[in-house]
Design a binder for this molecule. Sequence first.
Ligand code: SF4
Length: 718
Amino acid sequence: ASALLSTETKATCCYCGVGCGVLIESDGEKVIGVRGDPDHPANFGRLCTKGSTLHLTARPNLQQQSRALYPEMRLARSDERERTSWATTMDFIVNKFAATIRDHGPDSVGFYLSGQLLTEDYYVFNKLAKGLIGTNNVDTNSRLCMSSAVAGYKQTLGADAPPPCYEDIDHAQVIFIVGSNTAYAHPIIYRRIEDARKANPLLKVIVADPRRTDTAREADLFLPILPGTDVALFNGMLYICLWEDLVDLDYIAEHTEGFAELKQTVRDYTPKFVAEICGIKEEELMQAARMFGKSQASLSMYCQGLNQSSSGTAKNAALINLHLATHQIGKPGAGPLSLTGQPNAMGGREVGGLSTMLSAHRDLANPEHRAEIAKLWGVPDVPATPGKSAVEMFEAVRTGEIKIIWIVCTNPAQSMPEQAMIREALRNAELVIVQEAYKTTASCDYADVLLPASTWSEKEGTVTNSERRITRFKSVLPKLGESKHDWEIAIEFARKLEGVLGKTASLFPFANTEEIWNEHRESTRGRDLDITGLSFKLLEEQGPQQWPFPEGASSGKKRLYEDGIFPTANGRAKFVNTQYQPLAEQVDARYPFHLTTGRLRDQWHGMSRTGTVAQLFSHASEPSIVLSKVDMERRLLNVGDLVHVTSKRGSQIFPVAVGDDMRAGQAFIGMHWGEEYVSGRGRDGDGSYGVNALTTPAFDCSSKQPELKHAAVKILKA
Ligand code: SF4
């Protein structure tokens, strides 16, 4: 009978940045099923294995076991947390914040948010930190994901805006995939590439990656570059394009600046030099450059291989240099398209949800931008001191500079590099607040206060996907237990804190997400991402829309920079003089293996959701370290043997798997498993934290994104 009463509600998948539309079937009390939304322009009805099993993550018995259903707190670290009321919890954390800010200043507190929050959640937390408390210590796990893409776009094109759209896949003649296993990490994009190849047999795909992934296997040309050598590859391709007259000198003269300096630099990147650095053949390099430069439309797609790097900004900029020089941008089928890792990292960037940014792509370092936001919020000023980025924030918690850390919808006790440091920080903090839907994450073990939050199918608001497309969706189910929406928790806290601080007018008059959205969209007026023409009503009636969509517009902009005018002071794009820099951590005699990390096909992040679906383990049932046949033979290892994998920061035990995708001297570990899978649930006792016990916190100096993709390790039989 319930099936007869069931309804379907439009929403989005809560996993990756493709942002697929889903139709959630529900009887009002539980989710019954899920299918792809045939009308959503991101996926036209398709879903990957993760998206199509979303309903299995919302089973009632599972919710009772794994969800945080009521607030919990403890007054001493030695105590267990106990159930409490929202009123008691809020009073406690508000008074603690007020006292800490009074005694140690506003920078003694920090917020660590998530690219899985909705835009409205993000907006109020950002305003709470920067507008009310007066600290820029608000950063997110997007720092681990997309901040190098942000810095690369801003340095070259003037704004953090991916120029192409998904439809460009259908118009491209060459698709250049770099540092992305798209078939696994963004499967619905990859299906679209497969369709485009069927429709256009002339379409060629080039893949550059240290591993021969499933994406690489299908490529027309595969460049098995050594880890971290992307800048040399792009500069080398530009060298060949220059030499063979494949650059567009008229476009460069009319629409860009800085090419002369870059040209001087690129002269050193001869095919021989680059082939040696990258570990590829000169002919392969020449072929890639010619395919990219000669094509009518070259589209590049890239992800963490470029971003999670100590030279991530230069990698992004060097690729965009190549697009600008060959005029492979601002026309159908061409341009640099960063594939966003998380479902709403884009929305977070739009509201300025990073410690170095302000709302609507404004710069914290720009006094005019700070004044604009202060005026919009009705506060005297926005603090000028840059906030701490993710790694810096936890380091400051470790040393006691930050005393209270509020973690929202993310699991740094698994996802941050150098877990020993992160765990020490969480132990040293005076107060750890974790706002979570799942009480099972490793970070919850460190929480003095656990705030239960709503999650997928219960939340409503907006998200933005990788092609700048905003989707508005409504909730399907009521909130579970005593949980609240993330924005509600932030606002309740903010209003109480305003009372304690003696503020008479509230900065948080919002009654619902629409009112938050309306303030957010007003902050974008006149900016590159102007969405003043987008209302909740329009998004509901006309479906998902791309930005910019200013007031008076009848549609969003499919593709940016078709007029050759860029959002810089003089309207010109800027070439960045990019130089190849070696990896942060070199292999040597003691640590001879290049360890790379990445996503597997059927799991998502720390598995708090996908780990509850049995069928998602059929692709990979346990964590393993993948080695080449050559290294297995050299070390007398068999599949399934246990090995100690050791970096300068820690050691973990993994079973060995063999992969024909690996080069000798390289190893790969999936990023998803935490300690409960690696060595039993011995949290914080035996130092078994998953792969991020091994990774390095070294980060890019511009984007502050850590080099999670690579560490030097040794591998010894256990
Ligand atoms: Fe969800 Fe990404 Fe799969 Fe689409 S491609 S269904 S957004 S995980």
